[in-house]
Design a protein around this ligand. Sequence first.
Ligand code: FDA
Length: 297
Amino acid sequence: MGHLDRIIAATLPFVPKPIVRRVAGRYIAGETVDEALTVAAELNRRGIRATLDILGEDTHNIDQAGRAVNDYQQLLEEIHRRKLDANVSIKLTQLGLKVDARTCLEWTSALVRRAKELNNFVRIDMEDSSCTTGTLEIYRSLRREHSNVGVVIQAYLRRTVDDVVGLEDLRPNYRLCKGVYTEPREIAYHDMRAINRNYVYVLEKLLRNGSYVGIATHDELIVWEALRLIRDLKLPPSAYEFQMLLGVDEQLRNIILEAGHNLRVYIPFGRDWYAYSVRRLRENPRLAGYVLRAMLK
Ligand code: FDA
């Protein structure tokens, strides 16, 4: 990321929301279920799986959390009705983690049960480090009853290797990503080389332990390392998949797909687009150009 891009990234909170919306448009499928499922269907036609995220997080109101659970139930029904190759990705703070963890567990369990009846799967996204312990506890509780639920772990966290070892008995279905939240250095590696090495270290551990891994990255070097491990460990395509975000590096997506690997695209949609958009824009190496062009228009 260049100097100007970094300055724009730091000042994003001051950029008018309509500009953020326009520049981040590529990362979001739209506001409605229908728009999101149309994108999923188009990806399916090209042999790409989907995971759908109803945007929203950090709910401090239990009624709002209940509505989010209902929205996800309906989304699962609609995915089933349209016979899509798509699962759902949820954020526990959207389902009430910070208001009432017990209720959050009950509701998530009901959602996972319904997903099971519909032959589907629920992925629990990982949020900032204040949620890591709570999210992993809920995941462990859910696994007592359900097998169709997976969780995300973040390579930038110093604790991740220990978390992975602690969960080894469950052989979890993981998504492994670098991690996107701003964390203090005591909690997360800030040096990108350390994050990348930890990513590969953890990935190897998970694959050797027989976990199914969603290898979530757009980093060509990490993709190369993953392909090396897949080859060395002689893993079949049923042991892993690559995962990428909507609107990021479609060329790399096609290269992975054409080499015969399974690939899933993360499709966020909904009205609560702002926080997600800012996180994505901060990672865009051409951010400044996009924002300045949008402002001139
Ligand atoms: P890196 O950030 O080094 O990017 C590699 C290259 O990809 C860049 O040089 C650039 O070319 C390109 N790129 C990356 N982001 C871009 C963008 N927004 N726009 C344009 N180009 C971009 N995080 C988290 O904390 N919790 C979670 O639950 C998830 N879930 C998740 C699901 C999926 C499917 C993916 C792919 C990612 C996540 N993440 C996440 C986000 C993840 O932690 C990370 O922040 C981003 O994927 C960027 O990391 P990369 O591995 O792509 O490397």
